[in-house]
Every structure is written in structure tokens, then in C-alpha cells.
Design a binder for this molecule. Sequence first.
Ligand code: CAA
Length: 258
Amino acid sequence: MEYENILVEQRGKVVIVTLHRPAVLNALNDQLMDELGHALLKFDTDEGVSCIMLTGSEKAFAAGADIGVMAGYSYMDVYKSDFITRNWEHIRNVRKPVIAAVAGYALGGGCELAMMCDFIIAAETAKFGQPEIKLGIIPGAGGTQRLPRAISKAKAMDMCLTARMMDAQEAERAGLVSRVVPAEKLMEEAMAAADSIAAMSLPAVLMAKEAVNRAYETTLSEGLLFERRLFHGTFATEDQKEGMQAFLEKRPSVFKNR
Ligand code: CAA
């Protein structure tokens, strides 16, 4: 597939996918989401890739779903095509870690897309929001569900009902983003995080991601059991032997499965 709305660059075991519709602040249309889904699923099964970074421009990660396209949609159009989930859900099936590196606006579907990633590193310029209410609609790609889980009901309601934006500092305090960095350091910091993940044992990384995600879907007892079974499984890997031996020998680990 030829990509026209995203840019792809591989650095070592890390792939950087850049949303690229600069004229409309990376507004997310079907073509872009098809390309993004295709790329994510391709890199997920590519043995040369261990971690994926998703980013946008300095001004916008993404300013939301494309309003120009949506303006003409009828109920039947969106219902029949299951609009917004059809090609937005691929990211949920990606087993490898996906880091969102966010500068500028992450609004509506842009905020929702960032939240679908495993964690968000934000530039000081980042602004998060769910302004759909101003358009007479509500968030449609998980905003009403992932925001309360990430930042509490009170803040989620505030954002979804008033459409106010949250700056990077508030987003970090609220737990939406894992760290805030100076804008000029965003790519460097996100790459460092991605490189450090790519140097770990890939099976352990996949299991850690799977286990954390399970916390959203199940009871504590089931989640703890799930975690313990995966934890036990790590003892069947060569990488567990290497990781522990390297610690005892006071040397860096060199994992075989990366
Ligand atoms: N869809 C389509 N085009 C968009 C867009 C969007 N979501 N966001 C920005 N653009 C376009 C603008 O129309 C403008 O195009 P023109 O130059 O042709 O006029 C261009 O991008 C630059 O935008 P602005 O001139 O508005 O830039 P600004 O700096 O003055 O404002 C902004 C930036 C505050 C992000 C403003 O563009 C804005 O409010 N955008 C819309 C944000 C929004 O409502 N997003 C939610 C969409 S609905 C959704 O996402 C549903 C869902 O849950 C999935």
C-alpha cells in the first residue's frame, strides 16, 4: 500500500509513523486511518520492529476527525459504515508497544487516537481536548470511555461537556500523559523511550503490555491470576535466564528475543 497521509521512518528497531495532513492539522479521514491501520498491523508482524512511535507535527498531533467530510454525513451513512470504529480499531490489535509523541493539538479523534496508544509523551505545547460537543456531537472513538479511566470522571465530564482544552502540565498531573518534555526535546525523549523498550526482551514487553491492558477489562482477582500465569511463563524464556545472569554478573543484559 502506498502511503499519502502518513510518513514512515525506521530507526533501528523503532518505527516512527508521522500523521501527515499538514493543511488540515492532521485531521483524521478514512484514507489516513486506513493507511495507519495498514502500517501498524504490518509493523506489528515485522520481526525487524520492536516498538512503534506515533507522532504528528509541531502544531498538531491531530485536530480530530475530518469535519469537512463528516459535515455531509447522515445517520444512515454513519450507522451503515459503523463510522469511526471500522478503521480506528486496528491499533487495539497491535501487540507491540505504541508510544504517542504529542505536540500541539490532540483534539477529538486526535486525543482519542493518542489514548489508544500505550502511553503518551507530551511536549510542553501539547493541548488535549474533546471539543465534539461544540459541533453538536459527542466523542465517537473512545473519549467518553478512556478519558474517565485515565483522568477521573470529574475531569472527563469537564472536558466532554465544556470542550475546554487541557494543557500538557495539567494532563500530566491528571495522569493522561506519562511525561512532559520541552518541545524541542520531544522526538529525542520519545526515541530514547522507544529504544529502551526495543532493547528489552520482546516476549516480556508483549506480556507486560497484555497484562496492563487486562486491568481495564477484568476484575482484580482475574487480572492478578492472568498476570501470575504470564509471570510464570517468563521463566520459560531464554531471556529470563540472560536477564538474571547478567544482573548477577554485573553486566548489561543482551536479550536474544528483541
Ligand atoms: N477537520 C477538518 N479540518 C480541520 C480540522 C478538523 N478536525 N481541524 C482543523 N482543520 C483545518 C481548518 O479548517 C483549517 O483549514 P483552512 O486553512 O482550509 O481554513 C486548517 O485546518 C487550520 O486550522 P485553523 O485555521 O482553524 O487553525 P487555528 O490554529 O486557528 O485553530 C484548532 C486550531 C483550535 C485546532 C481549530 O482548527 C479547531 O478547533 N479544529 C477543530 C477541532 C475539533 O473540533 N475536533 C473534533 C472533531 S470531531 C471528532 O474528532 C469526532 C470523534 O470523536 C472521532
